[in-house]
Design a protein around this ligand. Structure first.
Ligand code: G1P
Ligand code: ZN
Length: 543
């Protein structure tokens, strides 16, 4: 064991976000940067002596190097056993699954999720705690505090572990086990969805395209869809994880998963399309000719989850993040189950799941999950969809249209204004907060404001209050505009504007999203003066 002095401190000038520390690869490549952060994490893990730790990443550039550093530091910090995914790969949901299954004290997950990879891309490090979910703020606060005072780190000097070969080796007295990245996760999936039914669906000629965007889900999707469920070879596209994601931006939305969209909207669309993000926790669902918004997907899964064995007894409740459309609430009301609205970010769901208050949860940003782990889970959502389709024996687009006919359609779009100056973004939010009290009963873009507030959340389990989570403007015409600043960007500020309008009339369910939401967009601009504040007349991305 060696003690090494740290040359510069403090090395972090701001608190890591809710999804850990995300920065450019070049930032992480600075001498001792990774070591300082990892030591700050380990110093904050109470009871690490003799405990089990899970380690893995999404395979992006720098993954292998950092995995080796984490293993050697974990050994020098007293962990008794380390489980590391083969080739250093673990999807975020698989890491969550391993932490829970093997009663680990936590896991170090190397990922910047859906952010681009490669030498000029992003890298990230996050710590998940023993329930398998992201660390709570008390923990990340402690880590940040530690980064301000840390003066040395512990590392076991040894040659690199062979990550490609399964089995146990030792680093000092610590046992390092290279585990199959997929096996435990696949086993868990088999307890939740009916593999035989889905296999029969594929055997009957059902065809799908799963686009792994050259990120971590490839091996999982290939092993489960093509291996266990008998989908034809080639069902999984871009199934080889690559350090630069093969040039893909591994964010599963209609903009970045354009090849899949083109196929699904074209004349030769298979029966079902899906994609996942860099670390495998997000999902995108596309029916032939029809993109399914994540908000609708959550609502549809809520309506039909009982058709899968893992949810046959029904759901305790459903939770959605505040900016997610209210479609799931309508299903919950009909089923007579509880519905929760939480701030953005997965950690708020964890408390509800732990307390048994909800079974499913989801976000508009393509995250859907259930109580099987404490992370969102991309491939799980795809498998649950397949199970539902196998039971309903109806085309996916028909399932979506029938859902709208029953519950009404929530037209939905998110407008992102990326890399705007932080001061300008803050000014826009301050302007909105100041204007809020005077907005009710005023009309903008033909819509009349009914109410507005700055979303604050009281956790029903521990009573903690989380204020200022975004400005919600509710219109009398059953429309909504939400404004918030991203907490995960790595340069400047990102303003997210969420637009939504409810349409109960089935004869109006085939409007284009742009037409259906034009008045909400106009009202949002009039109220927030986005163009003036950001200097942008159009969003960088619409999803
Ligand atoms: C984004 C998404 C949010 C998600 C988070 C982590 O956060 O909007 O739903 O939980 O990434 O994947 P944001 O950048 O909006 O703060
Ligand atoms: Zn992700």
């Amino acid at each position: 064991m060696t003690l090494t002095e740290i040359p510069t401190k403090p090395f972090l000038d701001q608190k890591p976000g809710t999804s850990g520390l995300r920065k450019k690869v070049t930032v992480f490549q600075q001498p001792n940067y990774v070591e300082n952060f990892v030591q700050s994490i380990f110093d904050s893990v109470e009871g690490r002596q003799g405990a089990t730790l899970v380690v893995g990443g999404d395979g992006r550039f720098f993954n292998r190097e950092v995995v080796q550093t984490v293993l050697k530091m974990a050994a020098a910090n007293g962990f008794a056993r380390i489980l590391i995914g083969q080739c250093g790969l673990l999807s975020t949901p698989a890491a969550s699954c391993l932490i829970r299954k093997y009663k680990a004290i936590g896991g170090v997950i190397l990922s910047a999720s859906h952010n681009p990879g490669g030498p000029d891309g992003d890298f990230g490090i996050k710590f998940n705690v023993s329930h398998g979910g992201p660390a709570p703020e008390t923990f990340t606060d402690a880590v940040f505090k530690r980064t301000q005072t840390i003066s040395s780190y512990h590392i076991h000097r040894a040659s690199d572990i062979d990550l490609d070969v399964l089995g146990e080796t030792r680093l000092g007295s610590t046992v390092v086990e290279v585990v199959d990245s997929v096996a435990d996760y696949a086993e868990l999936m088999e307890t939740l969805v009916d593999f035989d039914k889905i296999a029969a669906l594929f055997a009957s000629g059902f065809r799908m395209r799963f686009d792994a965007l050259s990120a971590v889900t490839g091996p999982y999707a290939k092993a489960i869809l093509e291996g266990q469920l008998g989908a034809p070879a080639g069902t999984v596209a871009n199934g080889e994880p690559k350090p630069d994601f093969g040039g893909h931006h591994p964010d599963p939305n209609p903009v970045h998963a354009h090849d899949l969209m083109e196929l699904m909207l074209g004349p030769n669309a298979p029966d079902f399309g899906a994609a996942s993000d860099g670390d495998g926790d997000r999902n995108m669902i596309v029916a032939p000719g029809l993109f399914v918004t994540p908000s609708d997907s959550l609502a549809i899964l809520t309506a039909y989850a009982h058709l899968a064995p893992g949810y046959a007894k029904g759901l305790a409740g459903v939770a959605r993040s505040m900016p997610t459309s209210r479609a799931a609430d309508r299903v919950a009301a009909k089923l007579g189950i509880r519905a929760f609205e939480t701030p953005t970010g997965w950690k708020f769901f964890a408390n509800l799941l732990d307390a048994g208050l909800v079974t499913l949860c989801g976000e508009e940003s393509a995250g859907t999950g259930s109580n099987h782990i404490r992370e969102k889970d991309g491939l799980w959502a795809v498998l649950l969809w397949l199970n539902i389709l196998a039971e309903l024996k109806k085309p996916a687009d028909q399932v979506v249209r029938e859902h709208w006919a029953t519950y009404g359609r929530d037209y939905y779009a998110r407008h992102d204004y990326e890399e705007i100056e932080t001061a300008r973004a803050d000014a826009l939010m301050a302007h909105l907060r100041a204007a809020s009290p005077s907005l009710p009963d005023k009309t903008f873009g033909g819509l009349t404001v009914e109410a507005c507030d700055d979303f604050a959340y009281t956790d029903p389990v521990d009573g903690s209050l989380t204020p200022q989570q975004g400005i919600r403007i509710l219109f009398k015409e059953d429309a909504r505009a939400v404004f918030r600043l991203s907490g995960t960007g790595t340069s400047g500020a990102t303003l997210r504007v969420y637009l939504e309008r409810f349409e109960p009339d089935p004869s109006r369910h085939d409007l284009s999203r742009e037409d259906a939401l034009a008045s909400v967009a106009e009202a949002a601009e009039a109220i927030a003066q986005i163009t003036t504040h950001t200097g942008r007349s159009t969003p960088s991305v619409i999803t």
